[in-house]
Design a protein around this ligand. Structure first.
Ligand SMILES: C[S@@+](CC[C@H](N)C(=O)[O-])C[C@H]1O[C@@H](n2cnc3c(N)ncnc32)[C@H](O)[C@@H]1O
Length: 202
């Protein structure tokens, strides 16, 4: 869908403690929302949105320069189904996404914080799983990829032990959808681990 109505790509919530009105944000039925958590420079988000113009996509990142990069690219291409939010992802998922509104979360190459003393800074933890679970519709998916073996084990252990989720077929991006970090790790011949989970029906 082309953004002919010129709705802003960057979402600036009017109220930071109330869930967003997604239909107004997208100017379309926002059922089936897919969210790229830590969207970086947006290579994945934009490629996926181009390939599936009928699906609404939201990127969330806490680095303004990256959010602006996505904003510029989406505006240049008049991509009507992409929005980007400058916010902490944990906060946004917990407070700004309506309960049951998300079909798919992508958590791709989230900062792994490999040093033992920094492990508490990792995004994927029990609290984050609670937030994603609330925002996901029943049957909704979480796709995770990382180049860090320690982070991957911790995520797999935590998510597999969470009875609200079951494992799901692993998401493999197309060549066009590889993220900027993924391309870098591929050039460096690092191995990449992926896992996917589905929110069980209640
Ligand atoms: C390692 S980069 C990966 C970017 C992109 N997914 C990729 O694979 O190219 C991690 C991104 O997540 C963002 N980020 C890290 N923690 C975040 C948080 N708590 N909330 C929102 N964005 C976050 C960073 O600003 C950065 O853009």
């Amino acid at each position: 869908m082309k953004n002919d109505t010129y709705l802003p790509v960057r979402v600036i919530p009017r109220d930071w403690v109330e869930p967003l009105d997604l239909a107004s944000v997208f100017g379309m039925d926002a059922g089936g929302l897919e969210v790229d958590v830590g969207s970086g420079k947006g290579r994945f988000l934009l490629a996926r949105a181009r390939a599936r113009p009928g699906t609404p996509f939201l990127g969330i990142d806490r680095l303004l320069s990256r959010v602006r990069q996505i904003e510029r690219k989406a505006e240049r291409e008049k991509l009507g189904n992409v929005r980007v939010l400058y916010a902490d992802a944990g906060y946004a998922i917990r407070h700004l996404l309506p309960a049951g509104s998300v079909s798919v979360f992508y958590v791709l190459f989230n900062d792994p914080w490999p040093k033992r003393r920094h492990v508490d800074r990792r995004m994927v933890n029990e609290e984050f799983a609670d937030a994603m679970c609330r925002a996901l519709r029943a049957g909704g998916l979480i796709h995770i990829a990382t180049d860090d073996a320690g982070y991957f084990s911790a995520i797999s252990r935590q998510m597999s032990g969470d009875k609200r989720f079951e494992s799901a077929p692993v998401f493999e991006p197309s060549e066009a959808e590889r993220t900027d970090y993924e391309l870098q790790w591929m050039r460096e011949k690092r191995s990449i681990s992926r896992c996917s989970f589905r929110k069980r029906e209640a």
